[in-house]
Design a protein around this ligand. Structure first.
Ligand SMILES: *[C@@H]1O[C@H](CO)[C@@H](O)[C@H](O)[C@H]1NC(C)=O
Ligand SMILES: *[C@@H]1O[C@H](CO)[C@@H](O)[C@H](O)[C@H]1NC(C)=O
Ligand SMILES: *[C@@H]1O[C@H](CO)[C@@H](O)[C@H](O)[C@H]1NC(C)=O
Ligand SMILES: *[C@@H]1O[C@H](CO)[C@@H](O)[C@H](O)[C@H]1NC(C)=O
Ligand SMILES: *[C@@H]1O[C@H](CO)[C@@H](O)[C@H](O)[C@H]1NC(C)=O
Ligand SMILES: *[C@@H]1O[C@H](CO)[C@@H](O)[C@H](O)[C@H]1NC(C)=O
Ligand SMILES: *[C@@H]1O[C@H](CO)[C@@H](O)[C@H](O)[C@H]1NC(C)=O
Length: 600
């Protein structure tokens, strides 16, 4: 099906495209990136426009003097959305995907005016929250009660918002006590929200409500997902002898007449494609790397993402922002919030230490206790850089755990560390593409599911998986399908070696600038985090709730949480790996005693 094009005809098309692109750019002040048109006019417009291209390393030469192949994008509905290729699904998986998509539907958000003006958008400075009076007689709060906060949103003109969809976070804390807990936010879809907290410690507790994004910013984040799932660019270098070529790669490759190499993984079915190099074969691909980011917004739209104005900005209390919590009242039921919402918390901090509200008691492990716990064990860490942090933490705190690094790249790995005397092996390996690392050699580009299939498993094996942040820019189906294949491998592993401990790390909150938001907003993480939790629910795996652990902590949000948070996370894993002999009764939301919640 290969058809050669003659040159003159081609030039005409090329010229037309160049012209069309230029006009488009001038009209919309956007970069039409996909036609790699050279020419000073376009270059200039590019520089003048509000669009930016960051970290762009290699310009591919796609002067299209080549052959046409049949368009790559399938017409089978299940196979593509726009120009992204999705892994085909079984009926059961497809049904699960539909349910997951339903479960993460976000409220409708406003249509944006063009050019954007902020006046009618949510303004945290005009918004406020109020602590609702206690439901209990006597007007006081006690440990175990629920505290409800009503949040009222206003726009920049001071008018109340009439619709929902703002992304809010809520937290209750007391720095002196080293205490903090996540709140549960409910959108009433009319411009008001509730945040519900469970009161878990005696003393003062301060409410903190943060606007992460106004609903209008969510509109934009959604649009980027639909229209620019390829805004983070990936590339590969191909090499053979003296010849070297670089092309673009993605699961979302815009259809062109260019031939494409299909790197779909045979075992998992995970799709991945690169444009074929002109001189070299598809087999000459030597690496994978992030080749830049294209920021393409309409006029003034970046104003929706201003730190200190409307992105991750605290909302003030109208009235007192704190409460005093009295000891638990024995023999009386707890006061529930009027919304009677279940908070479903994983835990909370007290004296800077994470206390679990699910089955396992979190213990503190000093370095000798870590070595004792891991003695005779192998720990495999798979995932992104937030999992790599745990490898780094372990080799930093355990003097006898020596890293064996055979020239691995600091960012990419793979890494191994051995404590010979205690027979402890810890490994780290990054997940398969898409991964925004600087350069992963093809030989190290592995899918977690395949790696798990090669693990023997057993009671001496700890598997830790953390995969989330590199999927933010893609349609969520890409993430769902990746998790489905990982879950299948986890199930196979637990079937053949039921004693294996499998720990899943959830997504965490991060610091947001404009670039971070467009590529990796907490809003994208939130939806993926929900999918992740649903995906592994009911399996014999344990969660490290990085979301709550970063939300509840006093330290600022960071893609790579700071050491005190990492230590708490490691303590959670080790508590699963080496549980206390005496099992505590399972936590039940009907009532706590101080012993339950660890307050003495
Ligand atoms: C870009 O800006 C320069 C200087 O401001 C101007 O001379 C030029 O005409 C502009 N080019 C385009 C294509 O808008
Ligand atoms: C692109 O390739 C053509 C022919 O292969 C060559 O003439 C041209 O200089 C190249 N352009 C760039 C920017 O590398
Ligand atoms: C481009 O096509 C012309 C004629 O179709 C051919 O002579 C030339 O070698 C080709 N160039 C490249 C770089 O493939
Ligand atoms: C919004 O809805 C909530 C829940 O239904 C209600 O309590 C509240 O009064 C409403 N607020 C406004 C401003 O209509
Ligand atoms: C924390 O609680 C204690 C005891 O109630 C109180 O004295 C202190 O002021 C509180 N600290 C903060 C930062 O709220
Ligand atoms: C890519 O390869 C996989 C299997 O290797 C195949 O199932 C799939 O149809 C191919 N995709 C395209 C677009 O050719
Ligand atoms: C609670 O907030 C009030 C002001 O709203 C402040 O005066 C008081 O010191 C705070 N109490 C604690 C314990 O933080």
């Amino acid at each position: 099906m290969k058809v050669s094009l003659c040159l003159p005809k081609y030039s005409t098309i090329f010229l037309f495209l160049a012209l069309a692109a230029t006009i488009f750019v001038l009209r919309h002040m956007e970069v039409l990136q996909w036609f790699e048109v050279s020419g000073s006019k376009l270059e200039q417009a590019r520089e003048n426009s509000t669009s930016k291209e960051i970290m762009f390393q290699h310009e591919v030469n796609s002067s299209i003097n080549t052959t046409i192949i049949v368009p790559r994008v399938s017409t089978v509905p299940d196979m593509h959305q726009g120009f992204c290729t999705f892994k085909p699904l079984s009926l059961k998986d497809a049904q699960e995907e539909r349910l997951l998509l339903e479960s993460i539907t976000w409220p409708e958000t406003p249509v944006l005016p063009d050019p954007l003006s902020l006046e009618k958008t949510t303004d945290p400075a005009h918004s406020n929250f109020i602590i609702l009076p206690p439901q209990r007689e006597g007007g006081q709060w006690h440990v175990g009660d629920q505290l409800e906060v009503r949040i009222n949103m206003y726009d920049f003109e001071g008018h109340p918002k009439k619709s929902g969809g703002d992304f809010l976070l809520a937290r209750l804390h007391n720095l002196t006590l080293g205490a903090g807990v996540a709140g549960h936010v409910v959108d009433h879809l009319n411009g008001s929200y509730s945040a519900v907290f469970t009161l878990l410690w005696e003393g003062s507790a301060q409410v903190q409500v943060t606007l992460v994004h106004p609903s209008e910013a969510v509109t934009l984040l959604r649009r980027l997902s639909n229209e620019q799932p390829d805004r983070v660019r990936f590339q590969s270098i191909f090499r053979s002898g003296p010849i070297s070529e670089t092309t673009f790669c993605n699961v979302c490759l815009r259809p062109t007449q260019l031939p494409v190499c299909n790197y779909t993984d045979v075992r998992t079915g995970e799709p991945w494609f690169c444009f074929k190099p002109k001189k070299l074969s598809c087999g000459a691909r030597i690496n994978h790397f992030m080749g830049g980011f294209i920021q393409k917004l309409k006029k003034k739209e970046e104003n929706l993402f201003q730190s200190g104005v409307n992105m991750k900005v605290p909302i003030r209390a109208s009235g007192p922002g704190n409460v005093t919590v009295l000891p638990k009242k024995e023999g009386q039921p707890e006061a529930k919030s009027s919304s009677s919402l279940k908070s479903g918390l994983s835990g909370y901090y007290y004296q800077g230490v994470w206390r679990s509200l699910v089955a396992t008691t979190v213990r503190q492990f000093n370095p000798p206790a870590i070595s004792q716990c891991l003695k005779g064990k192998v720990v495999h860490l798979y995932g992104d850089s937030t999992i790599r942090q745990w490898f780094e933490h372990l080799i930093a705190v355990l003097p006898d755990l020596k890293e064996i690094n055979l020239h691995s790249h600091r960012q990419v790995g793979p890494f191994q560390a051995l404590d010979y005397a205690n027979n402890i092996l810890v490994t780290y390996r990054c997940h398969g593409p898409p991964i925004r690392f600087s350069s992963v050699p093809i030989s190290e580009l592995r899918y977690i599911a395949n790696e798990l299939d090669d693990v023997k498993g057993g009671t001496d094996t700890v598997i830790v998986i953390g995969i989330w942040s590199h999927f933010s820019t893609f349609p969520i189906e890409v993430y769902i399908r990746r998790l489905q294949s990982i879950r299948r491998a986890v199930v196979r592993l637990l079937d053949r070696a039921p004693g294996t401990l499998v720990v899943i790390r959830t997504a965490n909150l991060k610091a947001l600038g404009l670039y971070e938001t467009l590529t990796n907003s907490d809003w994208y993480s939130l939806l993926r985090d929900k999918v992740l939790r649903a995906m592994f629910k009911g399996l014999n795996v344990h969660l490290v709730d990085a979301w709550e652990m970063t939300l509840a902590h006093y330290l600022p949000h960071s893609l790579h949480p700071q050491p005190p948070i990492i230590k708490n996370m490691i303590d959670v894993i080790l508590s699963y790996a080496c549980p206390q002999r005496v099992t505590r009764r399972l936590f039940d939301w009907g009532g706590f005693t101080n012993e339950d919640v660890g307050i003495h």
